[in-house]
Design a protein around this ligand. Structure first.
Ligand code: MN
Length: 253
């Protein structure tokens, strides 16, 4: 059995290393990850320049592209004739909850695996307070349980698991919950600064706090020290308004 591992924090990230070590205890692992931090790269592909894969270890490559590029190059390129049994992404430095999944490169790497026909899981270490993100071992232990379960029982088809693990010692984790995505308030304002020549420059502000975070959501699970597992799919169609949109366009001028 072979797993493909990627992330969006880059090939040198602590979370990737911890997950790599864990996965290598279960199966053969190929690592293809960005050569630098590409967090919030979303599901972007690089089409305006060629990509380079630099071998950094026997089964590991750094790519000068996005997380989606990495998984695409691996599944549709290196492993074209022998696809991995599972695509794993992470462990991200920080939560991917609610609307984060649309910006996340971590989730996008898993989605790209799914697009190309492979089962996929994304793992993120979620802060529960202001403390530093240090409990990657906890997330790796949970990942080991889930990946082992996957080897015994297949996931439903067309499904990506978005797994968030609270930044806590394993003994303090209360359990595991299957959740739905909540969503956040609007993000913080853009931060305006000035470059050395006095010209304005802008930083994107941080994500907003949770707004829809009641019981059953991913936010609620993390806040209560549970691991959150949200099954995701790719169909963004809003099926309940399909017929009303059809009516709305009936008498277009
Ligand atoms: Mn990241």
């Amino acid at each position: 059995m072979r797993f493909l591992l990627s992330n969006d924090d880059g090939i040198h990230a602590d979370g990737l290393r911890v997950l790599w070590d864990m996965l290598a205890s279960l199966a053969e692992v190929l690592v293809v990850a960005p050569d630098r931090n590409r967090s919030a790269a979303s599901h972007s592909l690089t089409l305006d320049r060629p990509l380079r894969m630099q071998r950094v270890a026997e089964n590991a490559f750094a790519v000068n592209g996005t997380p989606t590029d990495c998984v695409h190059l691996a599944v549709a390129g290196l492993l074209k004739n022998d696809p991995p049994q599972l695509v794993v992404s992470g462990i991200n430095e920080g939560a991917n909850l609610g609307d984060d999944v649309l910006y996340s490169g971590t989730v996008a790497a898993a989605m790209e695996g799914r697009f190309l026909g492979c089962p996929a899981m994304a793992f993120s270490l979620a802060a529960i307070d202001e403390g530093p993100l240090i409990h990657y071992d906890t997330a790796a232990a949970l990942a080991k349980q889930l990946v082992t379960q996957f080897t015994k029982r297949q996931l439903p088809s067309e499904t990506i698991l978005n797994v968030n693990v609270p930044n806590l010692p394993l003994k303090d984790i209360k359990g595991i919950r299957a959740t739905r995505l909540g969503f956040r308030h609007r993000s913080e304002s853009v931060i305006v600064a000035h470059d050395p020549k006095g010209r304005e420059v802008f930083w994107i502000g941080s994500a907003g706090p949770a707004q829809d975070n009641g019981p059953g959501t991913d936010f609620h699970a993390i806040a209560n020290h549970f691991v959150s597992i949200t099954p995701l799919h790719i169909d963004l169609t809003r099926h309940v308004v399909l017929s009303s949109v059809a009516t709305w366009i009936e008498d277009l001028a």
